[in-house]
Design a protein around this ligand. Sequence first.
Ligand code: KG4
Ligand code: ZN
Length: 337
Amino acid sequence: MVRILGIESSCDDTSAAVFCDKTMLSNIIANQKVHEKYGGVIPELASRVHQQNIVPVVDIALKEAGVEKNDLDAIACTRGPGLMGSLLVGVSFAKGLAASLNIPLIEVNHLQGHVLSHFIEEKNGSKPAPSLPFLCLLASGGHTQIIIVKDHLDFEIIGETVDDAAGEAFDKCAKIMELPYPGGPAIDFLAKTGNPDAFVFAKPKVSDLNYSFSGLKTSFLYFLQKNVAENPAFVELNRADLCASLQKTIIAILFDKLTAAAKKTGIRDIAIAGGVSANSGLREHFRKTGERLNWNVFIPERKFTTDNAAMIAITGYFKYCKSLFSGLDITPLAKMN
Ligand code: KG4
Ligand code: ZN
């Protein structure tokens, strides 16, 4: 039995989770409300709030798990990618704790964590995990990739965005409509009462299995500017329809390439991961596409889609099994493949 503490601090969520092998005993997340009024994450503020939150968050995670820190076998932390000042807090804390307890430190790639969240087991039962190899669409605020997961720690990226991530498209278009940050959940909510066919936005032409989302944001901005010039209340009057139509376009862009990837690889076990996979429209579309194309679809619990330390702890477990430990001299990496 291996007990691992996972720590996540790559952006604006401070999180700690305690696992016993693949089973989650606790997963505590402190969100940072401070960024809401700025309409985006302010890196300097994020690192300061991580500093305040990290000790109590880890304390609560251990207490809730009923695990003493002396019973831990390893500490896993996100090394990157992410905001340098934010990562520094989690990595430094993890290094200090690993050194003081004289147990291994395990560095985790945040993106790998998102994908491996499908293997988290919960005490009161879990969803079935995909079998290897499987395809995963990872769509978050910083990344959009199609990955062949050959083994828990062996990934091949077969497509990715050449500019903005899908989450950025949600966030930036939400900002244009003066919706609160983060924009994804706000658009998701409003889209539920809107008509997805009210407006049509062009899909980009990108080669192979790659994505592009920056053009959509620009055409959305120009479309609104043109209509607001004619009617200043245009956004207000059409907000739900705009959200539903935009969401439909983002989902269509994501699935055109995912479907092509499934066809190309012949893989039928297909998963989604990352913050954007919390989107209700996307989850529904995925379910229906899976039925139509005879895929085995894997949809993560909502709580494991956005940033959390449980995904870091489960990745730490797979690395622990292979003795993939890090030196105490590691430094965070803002960019990491
Ligand atoms: O995975 P995540 O928490 O952080 C990163 O690693 O980036 O993803 C955050 C992104 C944000 O862009 C946010 O707007 C988006 O996920 N997101 C959503 C939803 N919930 C979060 N996008 C669409 N619909 C949602 N319900
Ligand atoms: Zn993330």
